[in-house]
Unconditional design. Structure first.
Length: 417
């Protein structure tokens, strides 16, 4: 059955803006401050706004020129070193209550704490312990935090995202019995952890607009459409999450292939797919050359330095593969699931849980001859590139302005052509 733990998901409210206010002895709930790149003037994207401005309808990630003229505010440049320092202070507070193995720092301003084994020690229930931790954070750092509590990581996170920020004490607790009344009514789907705007559009195309519809959509159809991510979507829509904090500890030591690229200009959702495809081609070729297949695919996105942050997430497949098209499908789904609309300057791909390729994996949708011919086709391309250079055979897309394949190939041994 589902996990039945006591998980706290804690988020530091309006983190960047609140840090700037604390440093200036200002109250973020009563002062109109925005963190953005001042050099970009009215076209700058706001990284964070104070709760005072949020209450006036001003959202983070918007352009400054979109703010109504009658609202006055102060703009300050982001200081990542300050935010990292404050984040470390908060993490040290968490470690005063629990051990590191029971904590997962999800981002610079958010963390999961498994307090299941500590309730008896403190003689508190999960709600009471959350109150103490949030109070301690405020007393020691001046930062206000919100907390979601749930029986698994998913429900704790969604309780925090959806309800906690609206409660007077910034805490919300969801249990399995709350799923029909609290989880299923959520719309749009992008409000749910793990469903980005891109994935939301794909689900809308299936006439799925809220979590109830997703929870009651045939599970096998979702799996056929999205692969293992489809199964995860169905589970999450029903409040099911088997993941544990230790799953995020990157404890696996198995050999992996990875490829990172720092980009020479800002990319976005419209042109980054070309870069992901080209990098995927490099890694799948490496799999074939070494007679390996992967069962775990990872994608990392790093945002432009002025904004900082990014994400890295992986997905474990049902079966091993070295098929570029299949792997690319999952990479795109990971991107659609986690990307937020910020300029991209770094991409990382990772294939892990590698296994020797000793046979051909068949499926219900392709014949043995089709799979064999596809393998032979890829092998022929690999042979040509190995003999005549990486740039001896290029896709037409590699000639596009946004492509980096030709330049990258020259750096790793491709011949000029």
């Amino acid at each position: 059955m589902e996990n039945n733990k006591h998980i706290l998901c804690i988020d530091l409210k309006s983190f960047f803006a609140s840090c700037e206010c604390v440093e200036r002895n200002l109250d973020p709930f009563n002062y109109p401050l925005i963190v953005a790149n001042k050099a970009q003037k009215s076209g700058a994207i706001s990284l964070a706004v104070t709760p005072y401005l949020k209450n006036k309808g001003i959202k983070s990630r918007g352009r400054l020129y979109e703010i109504p003229k009658n609202i006055k505010y102060e703009v300050v440049n982001p200081r990542m070193s300050l935010y990292i320092k404050k984040s470390k202070e908060v993490v040290s507070i968490y470690l005063d209550f629990i051990s590191e193995e029971d904590m997962h720092v999800y981002s610079i301003d958010e963390a999961f704490l498994d307090v299941s084994d500590y309730l008896q020690l403190y003689k508190k229930n999960d709600y009471e312990l959350a109150e103490i931790i949030l109070k301690t954070i405020y007393q020691k750092t001046g930062l206000t935090a919100t907390c979601g509590i749930g029986p698994n990581l998913l429900l704790a996170k969604i309780a925090m995202d959806i309800e906690a920020k609206h409660n007077k004490n910034n805490i919300a607790k969801w249990e399995y019995k709350d799923i029909p009344n609290k989880l299923w009514p959520i719309t749009p789907l992008s409000k749910v952890w793990g469903i980005g705007k891109g994935l939301e559009k794909k689900l809308n195309a299936l006439k799925i607009y809220n979590v109830y519809q997703l929870a009651h959509y045939p599970k096998e159809k979702l799996k056929h459409k999205f692969g293992i991510i489809g199964t995860e979507l169905w589970n999450h829509a029903n409040g099911i999450d088997f993941s544990k904090i230790k799953d995020y500890k990157n404890l696996t030591k198995d050999k992996s292939y990875s490829h990172s690229q720092v980009l020479f200009k800002d990319y976005n959702a419209n042109n980054i797919r070309l870069i992901i495809e080209e990098m995927c081609e490099v890694l799948t070729s490496r799999l074939r050359q070494n007679h390996k297949q992967t069962k775990c695919i990872g994608l990392g996105i790093g945002y432009s330095k002025i904004y900082g942050g990014g994400f890295f997430h992986n997905i474990k497949l049902d079966t091993v593969t070295d098929n570029q098209n299949d792997i690319l499908k999952y990479l795109y789904l990971l991107f659609d699931k986690y990307y937020i609309d910020l300029p991209i300057r770094k991409v990382t791909l990772s294939f892990s849980n590698l296994q020797d390729k000793s046979s051909i994996q068949l499926d219900l949708f392709n014949s043995f001859d089709e799979i064999k011919n596809f393998n032979n086709y890829n092998q022929a391309i690999d042979n040509i590139k190995n003999k005549f250079g990486k740039n001896s055979l290029l896709k037409a897309s590699s000639l596009l302005e946004d492509s980096t394949a030709k330049e990258r190939n020259l750096k790793i041994g491709g011949h000029k052509s």
